[in-house]
Design a protein around this ligand. Structure first.
Ligand code: ADP
Ligand code: MG
Length: 435
């Protein structure tokens, strides 16, 4: 149904953080008297929807229908008393992906400690760092390390009871147990294991009752010297509304960070990923990809896919010019350097190059400064970090911000966009004298 598709689409776009894979399987139960009924597959889904998605669905339904609507969530099956408890079925663990092994994990200064600790834990679960808490931004290898630990433990000991789950699963199982009066079974299931690995534990934020239960699960396992491994997108103290006693438990073993990889590590990762996928990748292409993409490893992989696909559709082997085209990097007619950009931009905006490089924050200077940074990123092979150095030792995030801001404004301001095109072509043609 068209309206239903519109609603779902709106949710996915505007409320991406709460969107889950299984939203594909939600159904429209009915629409009448300003009430829309959304049917989920089971009660845990309904609970999730009620807890996190009320506004997402109400806003989206309103956007799609143009009317004020109320949204109700219903389960397709009301669990009969005799239905099996979902945590007594052994299939709820996260699937292990063979590629996410220690062998395929590239180490560098950014992740050396997290990697070493993970290895140690996998060799002697419960004996070295307990708990092991790995944190870092998205796409920097936390799940990869957790997966590697699980696979390595499984490979080396047959009878080891290992549970690798998402934090959401834990929380859903707990709520189900409460509702069905099955706390004993739940506790038996979660406390009679050798190793517990939970990804994205920050989802415990704001879930008081799950936190309380997890605290006891944690203590039981920890006292029994069972290994606990956790990952999160921030350090324990920064997880919103996390109980103090949990923070101190999480910090009682080893808390270790996976950081953004430096250029050298990024090059090594690109090489390794290409090899893994059987992509023939010349050195200069690996360097190009690693230089252009600094934020996270998942995006490095995305760039690799783009280049691979491009070479397949073109039926051409991967070369630097092909990779540049695939990534939309414009080859300059000649090498353009930051001073060229400063000279040209300062003339256009009638400021001095030294002012652009200064820390002054007057509007008349800030715009040419941001334009210069944008052009430096677009027209030179320099990384954000390197551009920051050229602009008086600014942080890479400042350059990134300027670049994004100008790109954004160009989309909305044709005049700015035209003037940037003009600056770019002047640079390419090597004419600095123009005013
Ligand atoms: P996170 O869980 O921190 O968001 P992932 O572990 O899912 O990130 O990593 C995203 C992608 O990047 C995965 O495909 C993973 O294999 C890859 N990756 C991240 N760090 C590394 C690394 N150091 N070596 C090899 N691959 C990595
Ligand atoms: Mg992850």
């Amino acid at each position: 149904m068209a309206i239903w598709n519109d609603i779902l689409q709106h949710v996915r776009l505007q409320f991406a953080p709460v969107t889950r894979d299984w939203f594909d399987r939600l159904q429209l139960g009915g629409m009448s008297n300003g009430v829309i009924t959304v049917v989920a597959e089971n009660i845990p889904q309904v609970r999730y929807l009620e807890e996190h998605c009320r506004r997402a669905f109400a806003d989206s339904a309103q956007a799609a229908t143009g009317r004020l609507v109320t949204v109700r969530f219903e389960s397709a099956i009301d669990l009969p008393e005799s239905a099996p408890l979902s945590f007594e079925n052994d299939q709820f663990g996260l699937p292990l992906v063979p590629d996410l092994s220690f062998e395929n994990f590239i180490t560098g200064p950014c992740n050396r400690m997290a990697h070493a600790a993970s290895l140690a834990v996998s060799q002697q679960p419960g004996k070295s760092y307990n708990p092991l808490f790995i944190h870092g931004d998205v796409g920097l290898g936390k799940t990869h390390l957790l997966q590697a630990i699980c696979q390595s433990i499984q490979d080396s000991s047959q009878n080891h009871q290992l549970l690798y789950i998402s934090c959401e699963t834990f929380s859903n199982h707990f709520l189900e147990a409460v509702e069905r009066g099955a706390l004993n079974q739940f506790r038996y299931r979660y406390r009679h294991i050798d190793t517990l690995v939970i990804d994205d534990i920050q989802f415990l934020a704001n879930r008081e009752r799950s936190q309380e239960e997890f605290f006891h699960t944690f203590n039981t396992l920890h006292q029994g010297q069972r290994q606990i491994v956790l990952s999160a997108d921030c350090c324990p103290e920064e997880i919103p509304k996390l109980e103090e006693r949990l923070i101190s438990r999480f910090k009682s073993g080893l808390v270790t960070l996976v950081d953004r990889p430096c250029l050298e590590t990024r090059i090594a990762i690109v090489r390794a990923k290409a090899k893994l996928r059987g992509i023939e990748m010349p050195e200069d292409v690996a360097t190009l990809v690693a230089t252009r993409i600094e934020s996270n490893v998942r995006e490095l992989e995305g760039a690799l896919s783009k280049i691979d696909l491009f070479s397949q559709t073109e039926g051409a082997t991967i070369t630097l010019p092909l990779a540049m085209e695939a990534l939309g990097v414009h080859p300059p007619g000649r090498m353009i350097a930051v001073p060229d950009i400063l000279n040209l931009v300062s003339k256009r905006y009638n400021v001095r190059p030294a002012e652009i490089l200064s820390k002054r924050r007057m509007r008349s200077i800030v715009l040419p400064r941001q334009v210069s940074m944008y052009l430096a990123r677009e027209m030179t092979p320099l990384s954000y970090e390197e551009i920051g150095v050229h602009f008086g030792g600014r942080d890479h995030t400042t350059v990134m911000y300027a670049h994004r801001l100008i790109a954004d404004r160009c989309g909305r301001e044709p005049e700015l966009s035209a003037s940037l095109d003009d600056l770019a072509s002047t640079l390419r043609n090597g004419i600095h004298e123009q005013t």
